[in-house]
Design a protein around this ligand. Structure first.
Ligand SMILES: N[C@@H](CCC(=O)N[C@@H](CS)C(=O)NCC(=O)O)C(=O)O
Length: 227
């Protein structure tokens, strides 16, 4: 049995975007797992991992931290299960995509939804979350709410290449879903779980793609508490 440590929000919401990558990767490989929800501010709960962020997994004797390292671990440990990358070239391209999502897309999504996230985190994390987010964004959560219109426009512009790609193929990884899809999906699932804003219009190719991801593995990601 594998255990996944992830963030605990209000009303059983699981909102760690990086942990959603791991959740989907575990389902992709058809591995069963249980979860340990933790508060964002409770670093003692994950001190055994040697770090301060989730996801962390324990898989037998191995403790692995960082969503990318976890994906590599699962691919190496379970080579006979459905592949997450599809060989060395696929792993390389997927790692490049991981860097783009983390360094361009996540910072573009954050100001759009951060005030909504704040309303749905566990109350125990209130001060910690506000302080750390306001430091990253260099503005107050209230200010992000006032400037949301511009942030939504910036996000839309950034997503244009994804829309173009998804007009040509049903998944980021091609004809079927793989880890690159879960990387992108994690950002939309983060928004779906914590924000009531509808960010994708029905005619957007990203909307159809997200529906396909929500349908996977018996609607695993669809049937969770959301905003
Ligand atoms: N590169 C890491 C990033 C993990 C990360 O930032 N996780 C967030 C939750 S989504 C976290 O644990 N934050 C705790 C904090 O900021 O104190 C990964 O891919 O796992």
């Amino acid at each position: 049995m594998i255990t996944l440590w992830e963030l605990k929000g209000r009303g059983e919401r699981r909102y760690s975007l990086f942990s959603w990558r791991t959740r989907m990767a575990l389902r992709h490989k058809d591995l069963s797992f249980d979860t340990q929800p933790v508060h964002m501010s409770d670093k003692a709960a994950i001190a055994f991992s040697g770090g301060k962020t989730v996801p962390v997994i324990r898989d037998g004797e191995s403790v692995v931290r960082d969503s990318w390292k976890i994906a590599e671990h699962l691919e190496a440990r379970y080579p006979d299960r459905a592949p997450l990358f599809g060989g060395d070239i696929g792993r390389g391209v997927t790692q490049t995509f991981n860097a783009w999502v983390d360094r361009a897309l996540v910072p573009a999504m954050l100001p759009v939804i951060v005030a909504d996230i704040h309303e749905r985190i566990d109350p125990a994390d209130d001060g910690y979350f506000r302080e750390s987010m306001e430091k990253v964004l260099k503005k107050s959560l209230e200010q992000t709410r006032n400037e949301r219109g511009e942030a939504v426009l910036r996000l839309g512009k950034l997503l244009e290449p994804m829309q173009a790609a998804l007009k040509r193929q049903p998944f980021i990884s091609g004809s079927g879903p793989a880890y690159a899809d879960y990387i992108l999906f994690s950002v939309f699932q983060w928004a779906r779980v914590m924000s009531p804003q509808e960010l994708l219009a029905p005619e957007d190719p990203l909307c159809g793609w997200r529906e396909r991801l929500l349908d996977l593995y018996d609607s695993f990601a669809r049937n969770v508490p959301t905003a």
